[in-house]
Design a protein around this ligand. Structure first.
Ligand SMILES: NC(=O)c1ccc[n+]([C@@H]2O[C@H](COP(=O)([O-])OP(=O)(O)OC[C@H]3O[C@@H](n4cnc5c(N)ncnc54)[C@H](OP(=O)(O)O)[C@@H]3O)[C@@H](O)[C@H]2O)c1
Length: 305
């Protein structure tokens, strides 16, 4: 079993390779619960939290950190610029709102949550609303705003999320700062091998969301077999596989026991890492394309997925 390692980003920052995913659910009632389970994770030793303006959990991250008594400088905070803010407001206005929510004057990592811009009401998060994508501004223009936040020190690192090789190539045509991180859906059924090689070649650290692969991956016969071999849970096998590949993970658990499991991971033998790689089938479990091959307003082709 290992303690949580740090991975070095292209800025020199050391990012804890395991963080707590802070997606808090679809309803306000669910999200209010987040404060107590984020606090439990901090008490269990987590020093990295992954939230987003869209999750509506930034204020609960703030409350949990305050109650924990852990100094701000010991905690890595990632939050994300939502897909409607580039058009409706400047990146800085949006980040300032997130900083107020979080009760801090900087984030360790600020991610451009999605490449597409979507019209979205500036009210409470409502994921069932019809989504309308539009062309302006482009993510190249938005990235310039992200770069300003880095230069001002409000974001110690900047990165992207849900970017593909196609959209990263497009971003890099105008970027002055190479993203430090790309956070994407990644688990044994979606191993993202080409994207990993591409990010490695550019010095971008890849970060996995939906890292446990839900019950689908956790119940895979190979994962269950390896869990018995290492005397750990299936989730621990899957999470250990990411670390062996040099991928940052942000598993979400509201359960204190499972939170402890997720930061206490075995070292897998290289042969077992390879066997898990063979489970890849390019299957998305979280952000699945709809019947028209559209994901949140953009086609899979536009996303480069
Ligand atoms: N950038 C993006 O667009 C994006 C999209 C999706 C997610 N994310 C980020 O990634 C984080 C994690 O993603 P996710 O929630 O989709 O996937 P996940 O962390 O792989 O799965 C979470 C689910 O797995 C369960 N679980 C966690 N640890 C477990 C364990 N050891 N054993 C059994 N079950 C376990 C949790 O239940 P319990 O809570 O009951 O333990 C929860 O139902 C999010 O919270 C968010 O921060 C980012």
């Amino acid at each position: 079993m290992s303690t949580v390692p740090n991975f070095k980003l292209n800025t020199g920052s050391l990012m804890p390779a395991v963080g707590l995913g802070c997606w808090g659910g679809f309803t306000k009632e669910d999200r209010v619960q987040a404060e107590s389970w984020i606090l439990a994770a901090l008490n269990a030793g987590y020093r990295h939290v992954d939230t987003a303006w869209l999750y509506g959990t930034e204020p609960y991250v703030r409350g949990a950190i305050k109650q924990s008594g852990v100094p701000r400088e010991e905690i890595w905070i990632t939050t994300k610029l939502p897909w409607h803010h580039p058009g409706n407001r400047t990146v800085e206005q949006s980040l300032d709102e997130s900083l107020r929510n979080l009760g801090t004057d900087y984030v360790n990592l600020y991610l451009l949550h999605w490449p597409q811009v979507i019209d979205w009401p500036d009210v409470d998060v409502d994921f069932v609303r019809e989504i309308k994508a539009r062309d302006q501004p482009t993510f190249n223009e938005t990235w310039a705003g992200m770069e300003e936040m880095y230069k001002k020190g409000k974001a110690k690192n900047i990165g992207v999320s849900n970017f593909s090789i196609k959209t990263l190539e497009q971003l890099l045509t105008t970027a002055n700062i190479v993203p430090a991180v790309n956070q994407v859906e990644l688990h044994p059924y979606l191993a993202q091998e080409e994207l990993k090689a591409y990010c490695d070649s550019k010095g971008i650290v890849l970060e996995a969301y939906t890292p446990t692969g839900y019950g689908d991956v956790r119940s895979d016969p190979l994962i269950v077999e390896l869990a018995a071999k290492y005397k750990v849970s299936p989730a621990q096998v899957v999470l250990a596989w990411h670390l062996a590949r040099g991928i940052v993970i942000v598993p979400k658990s509201a359960n204190a026991e499972r939170q402890k499991e997720n930061i206490n991971l075995p070292m897998l033998e290289p042969e077992d890492v390879k066997r898990i790689m063979a489970l890849n089938r390019g299957q998305r479990l979280c952000n699945k394309p709809d019947a028209n091959n559209v994901v949140h307003g953009w086609t899979v082709a536009q996303l480069g997925w």
